[in-house]
Design a protein around this ligand. Structure first.
Ligand SMILES: NC(=O)c1ccc[n+]([C@@H]2O[C@H](COP(=O)([O-])OP(=O)(O)OC[C@H]3O[C@@H](n4cnc5c(N)ncnc54)[C@H](O)[C@@H]3O)[C@@H](O)[C@H]2O)c1
Length: 419
């Protein structure tokens, strides 16, 4: 057995808590050892999380990540950064400057300009940073992408995604950046189902459209989007987005947190000879256009453990690259930013269609929009925009934008935030 990788985790709560749980498991299996952790609210978490067992495990706990890196950085092989998105860039830089491999939670940033700076920073990294998009390394996904590239299904025409994940009111109060466009200091936050909770699936869609090699992502050439909100938030909770990649593949996706019931998500990849139906965590099948249905085995997949172990292999020199790098995240961040520019407004959904539901599962309060599931499906299958067909938009129709429009990103955000 190889010596365990020595790891630091910034943060103790939120998704950092999931990394801690995962690491306790990997530590017990001998893969890794937690050396240090930190959180400005470390004392609160110490009381709430006695099962972390830091004293027995010899884990040093700090309230500031810089003090932690000053004290323990020389001992670390890897630093996990599962913190608020607006802190990613500075924490990533601190990791690279100390020669520590960074496991940076997705999204790396939601500001295309900051991403370019992070890419430059990463060129000096001893080990290329991993961006923690969870589902790229699924075996079934990699095998299907390879078959796609081999031409088994004929040319790729379209990739579609629908995702409806209900989120209760408390979700939008979970921290001081939830549902926000900008931080109080003017930094870009852009928290939304697109940028945060469902980011994995949008990145997956771009992965299907990656034209050249297995680990390639489609580059959005044109983007059109409509953004809506049902919740009383600054940002959007519902997205309709269509993009054409440089290779002429149409990507269309509809995402919402303004729903109730069970969470649903599905990726559909339409090729000339077959359509792939991929539902993460549930089912994958190939529906050949001659009528045959080919089921695809979907292995049990513990996303955090698998992604940690995959990155450990890269750090140890056993593989030649991390699953998703900062450069690979460019299409995702560009697509996200262009969606805001294209829409130019975040429209309140018609109030008479929005109803409040208490779900018996958790006794929490959800907002759901009457008829929205049909509207999402109509958009996905027929490209029907609710702004024009249902008159949902209050302003002019959204516009088709390209990368050349990116300089309008900050003025657009400021205009949206001031409304
Ligand atoms: N991969 C996934 O499936 C997944 C799921 C959820 C969240 N995320 C990502 O994880 C990241 C964190 O999201 P979150 O909702 O947990 O955020 P959060 O606001 O709950 O923050 C996470 C932790 O960071 C701590 N923190 C805040 N400021 C800090 C600082 N200056 N120094 C050290 N620690 C600090 C917080 O106290 C908290 O414990 C985001 O990038 C998010 O998109 C990923």
């Amino acid at each position: 057995m190889k010596p365990p990788l020595r790891i630091g985790i910034i943060g103790l709560g939120g998704y950092a808590g999931a990394h801690h749980e995962n690491l306790q498991k990997l530590e017990a299996q001998g893969h890794a050892r937690l050396v240090c952790t930190c959180d400005p609210r470390a004392a609160t978490f110490a009381a709430e999380q006695p099962n972390r067992d830091f004293a027995r495990r010899g884990v040093q706990v700090f309230t500031d990540y810089r003090s932690m890196l000053d004290a323990c950085g020389h001992e670390l092989d890897m630093l996990v950064i599962p913190t608020p998105i607006s802190l990613h860039a500075e924490m990533h830089r601190a990791s690279v400057e100390r020669g520590i491999a960074a496991y940076l939670e997705k999204p790396p940033t939601l500001d295309y300009r900051e991403l370019e700076q992070m890419i430059v920073t990463d060129r000096a990294a001893k080990k290329t940073t991993l961006v923690g998009f969870n589902f790229i390394i699924e075996r079934a996904r990699l095998a299907l992408k390879q078959r796609l590239l081999n031409g088994d299904f004929g040319p790729l025409r379209e990739a579609r995604l629908i995702a409806q994940w209900p989120r209760p009111a408390s979700y939008f109060a979970r921290n001081n950046w939830a549902g926000r466009l900008l931080a109080p200091d003017g930094g870009v936050v852009l928290d939304s189902c697109f940028g945060n909770a469902m980011a994995h699936f949008v990145h997956n869609l771009l992965f299907w459209a990656g034209p050249s090699t297995l680990m390639s992502w489609g580059q959005p050439e044109t983007v059109r989007a409509e953004l809506y909100r049902a919740h009383r938030i600054e940002g959007a909770d519902t997205f309709f987005v269509e993009s054409r990649t440089q290779e002429g593949v149409t990507l269309r996706f509809a995402l919402t947190h303004a729903c109730d019931g069970e969470s649903q998500h599905a990726e559909t990849v339409v090729c000339e000879k077959a359509t792939l139906h991929y539902i993460v965590g549930k089912r994958v099948e190939i529906r050949w256009h001659d009528g045959r249905v080919e089921p695809v085995a979907l292995d049990a997949f513990d996303a955090l453990a698998e992604n940690h172990l995959d990155y450990y292999r890269y750090i140890r020199g056993e593989t030649d690259r991390p699953a998703t790098t900062l450069v690979d995240s460019r299409p995702f961040v560009t697509l996200n930013n262009l969606a805001y520019i294209s829409s130019g407004e975040i429209t309140a959904l018609p109030t008479d269609a929005v109803r409040s539901v208490i779900h018996p599962r958790d006794a929490q309060s959800y907002l759901a929009v009457e008829g929205l599931p049909n509207v999402l499906n109509d958009f996905l299958s027929q490209g029907r925009w609710p702004g024009t067909t249902l008159g949902w938009r209050t302003g002019a129709p959204s516009t088709l934008v390209t990368r050349a429009d990116l300089p309008r990103f900050m003025p657009t955000l400021h205009a949206l935030a001031s409304r």
